[in-house]
Design a binder for this molecule. Structure first.
Ligand code: DGJ
Length: 742
């Protein structure tokens, strides 16, 4: 039994082959946290772990017990006001004006499997034996509310899913002003916090900081999960590396405003919390109503960050992503955005599609600019019908012609947006989020539709369904190009305005749900000005996401490396674009650009009709190469070997499930004269297997490659070096193919 309950001591032990998670009902009925880490033996009584040292100045609930204070106890869902002076997981304003609460244990249930959390995205099971779910019920009889803490333990992976639900059992409404998805008190603070931070075009850079007393927090108030901070943090021991040491990962399955916070008190307890950001959130909970938080995922690793990432990759690829495309190799595409921007017509698109087909590509994606009268970014969002001046036979006509060429056809939408210059705005100005009597700020000249209003979601959905049903469309890119401001729903009563930002995200999920149900074979790629919504919530609906608007291959090393901390390679949209690169003006060779883009869902983002014959020959070979290797890349096990954040050389690899094949991507940013000898130790191979290593043209055992290393020092002859710009100078890359001999 993976979730054990000891009635005599009221102890819960979540235990699988990798981890243990221990809780106990405390003397005052609240739920205490005793241990989370590597698996330990079970015992009936873990109460020796409950901290009970008497401290001066402690606030104590029991007259006769100076050693029991909520301020010093590790807890599962702390509240404020009963002696715990740290920040709470829950803050509820009650009818009498009080915010004090005390939730005490009343019961629990343990069930096989994992229940659906619809309409919220969540980790799922395909059969009941994969996970076990514990629901602990706590009650506050004064508030007349029931709190349920839900824990699903993965039987195989070192992962636990957590969320919380609050039900108003009284007559009068309650107001939730803060409700985290979880809180976790860890008994020391000797950790480094990892986060994925950045900005537009430099998303998910890996940053580290040592925990300090006080609060360290990241979050988003932008309405999307954001370019700036990802809904993920990890704690690792200071000496933990990619392959050694302990690490805890915390990931929130949510696409809107979030808070991820670690509060270290002056006794060195670390309180980790994650959930919907309390700013601009306030939820009036009517009698008998329940509020469900988004789900958070905990992953534990005792063998370094690489193991932590592999658990996330495996879990998110198999039990968060869903549908027809989950396990299928993704189509190799060309997207016209950087090739044409808004300047295209049917003839130009068909010319591009024809060339793309000749090159061996499989899908043509028509990006922004095909609808309303959109010729730049100032108009037409919301008018989801084709611009007949550009496309005289509409999307259906164009899509038919493209599919007749033997390519799939994909289409861009930005469903959540509205332009002032649009028929939609003229008909429904009240559908735009804007605060009465306040000037609405624009972002990229556009405004945001009120997706908290189901009528709006339905109207946009109807327009999309019409196009998707009439034309042969096999792929949709769902974009979202601005952060939110002056958020106010004109169709929502004033006392419910605090619900708008969360309801908005539920509206987005609802539309995704409608479209993915109606069109199960359409491949959805999420996007938000590049990677502002690269989050687990989106992955539930769209198995791949546009990683960043920065298509420069050198910058992509950091972006893709950082993203891989949590997200699988099969989720990262990565395209080869033209040079000079449009974001940075950097010039890199075509092989370098492809060698980086291969490690993702591959495509091209340029005007293929402008390629020289020589470039076309190289690209044809690249496409064929990717066709031969994409299953291994997209579904193999990914290993990070050398970090672009620490080194001039980036290196990563994928290994097939049977370990008979592997690909190593090696990238050197700047050239060095008279450089040092370099070997990179590989990972994940079979020690006893003999591999042929292309590039080196040697047969080497797995143990040699993993313990001695792959020789990556320049091994080309001086003559070739001088003549082959892809092997000399800056921005040099190589792909080593390892194949089991015999
Ligand atoms: C932002 C996206 O990230 C780009 O790929 C492109 O689709 C543009 N929007 C179109 O407006």
């Amino acid at each position: 039994m993976p979730i054990i309950y000891h009635e005599t001591t009221k102890t819960f032990h979540l235990q699988n082959a990798h981890l243990s998670y221990v809780m106990q009902v405390l003397k005052n009925g609240q739920l205490g946290q005793l241990y989370f880490g590597k698996r330990v033996h079970d015992r009936v009584d873990f109460s020796y772990l409950v901290e009970t040292s008497p401290r001066a100045m402690a606030v104590c609930p029991f007259e006769d017990d100076m050693s029991f204070s909520m301020d010093h106890l590790k807890q599962e869902f702390p509240v404020y006001g009963n002696g715990d002076m740290r920040h709470p997981a829950l803050d509820v304003l009650q009818p009498n004006g009080s915010r004090y609460s005390q939730f005490v244990y009343v019961g629990h249930r343990i069930e096989k499997g994992k229940p659906s959390m619809h309409p919220l995205p969540h980790v799922y099971v395909e059969n009941e034996d994969e996970m076990t779910t514990l629901t602990i019920e706590l009650e506050d009889t004064v508030m007349q509310a029931r709190l349920e803490l839900v824990y699903s333990l993965d039987e195989q992976r070192p992962a636990i899913m957590r969320s919380a639900r609050l039900t108003n059992e009284g007559e009068k409404p309650l107001q939730i002003d803060r409700m985290m998805s979880f809180a976790l008190d860890l008994p020391d603070a000797n950790y480094t916090m990892l986060e994925l931070t950045g900005a537009w075009s430099r998303e998910r850079h890996l940053k580290e900081r040592s925990l300090q007393h006080g609060i360290q927090a990241i979050g988003s108030l932008r309405g999307h999960s954001s370019h700036n901070f990802n809904p993920f943090i990890a704690l690792k021991r200071p000496k933990t590396t990619e392959y050694l040491g302990e690490a805890y990962g915390f990931s929130l399955i949510y696409s809107g405003n979030f808070l991820a916070q670690i509060e270290v008190d002056t006794y060195d307890t670390s309180r980790v919390m994650m959930g919907i950001h309390p700013q601009n959130f306030s939820w009036e909970l009517a009698s008998q109503e329940t509020f469900q938080t988004p789900e958070a995922v905990f992953v534990y690793a005792d063998q370094g960050l690489n193991a932590l990432s592999q658990t996330f990759h495996d879990l998110y690829r198999h039990r968060l992503a869903r549908g027809y495309w989950r396990d299928r190799p993704r189509p190799l595409l060309v997207n016209n955005w950087e090739g044409t921007y808004f300047d295209f017509n049917e003839a130009r698109i068909l010319e591009m599609a024809k060339t793309a087909k000749e090159l061996g590509l499989e899908l043509f994606v028509l990006d922004d600019g095909w609808f309303g009268h959109r010729n730049d970014d100032t108009t037409s969002l919301g008018d989801w019908y084709p611009n007949l001046q550009k496309l005289p036979e509409g999307i259906t006509g164009l899509a038919n012609k493209v599919t007749e060429l033997g390519l799939g056809f994909g289409l861009w939408f930005e469903p959540e947006m509205i332009s002032i210059d649009s028929d939609l705005y003229r008909a429904h100005p009240e559908w735009m989020l804007s605060t009465p009597h306040r000037h609405p700020s624009h972002g990229r000249h556009q405004y945001i539709l009120d997706f908290s209003n189901p009528e709006v979601v339905k109207a946009i959905g109807d327009m999309m369904v019409k196009i998707l049903s009439e034309a042969p469309i096999s792929y949709v890119k769902w974009d979202m190009n601005r952060a939110m401001s002056e958020v106010y729903s004109l169709t929502t009563p004033s006392h419910e305005q605090g619900k708008v930002m969360h309801r908005y995200i539920l509206g987005v999920y609802d539309l995704y749900d409608r479209l993915t149900t109606a069109f199960p074979k359409i491949l959805f790629e999420s996007c938000a000005s590049g990677g502002a919504r690269f989050d687990p919530g989106m992955l539930y609906y769209a198995p791949q996401a546009w990683t960043s608007d920065d298509t420069d291959a050198v910058e992509r090393l950091k972006i893709q490396y950082g993203t891989s901390l949590v997200y699988p390679i099969s989720s990262m949209g990565s395209h080869v674009s033209a040079v000079p690169n449009h974001q940075l003006s950097r010039i890199t060779s075509l092989p370098f650009r492809a060698n980086v883009a291969y490690f993702g869902t591959f495509g091209y983002e340029l005007d293929v009709t402008k390629l020289s014959d020589e470039e076309k020959t190289i690209i044809k070979e690249q496409i064929q190469w990717m066709k031969d290797h994409r299953a291994l890349i997209q579904f193999g096990t990914f290993y990070r070997l050398s970090s672009p954040f620490e080194s001039n050389v980036t290196c990563w690899m994928v290994v097939s499930e049977d370990k008979r094949e592997a690909l190593v991507g090696w990238y050197r940013v700047l050239n060095k004269v008279n450089a040092a000898y370099e070997r990179i130790r590989l990972a994940g191979l079979d020690e006893d297997m003999l591999y042929h290593v292309s590039g080196l043209e040697l047969d080497l055992y797995g143990d040699e490659l993993m313990h001695i290393g792959l020789l990556t020092s320049d091994h080309t002859s001086g003559e070739r070096k001088a003549t082959d710009p892809t092997q000399n100078g800056d921005f040099v890359s190589r792909i080593y193919h390892l194949k089991a001999c015999g």
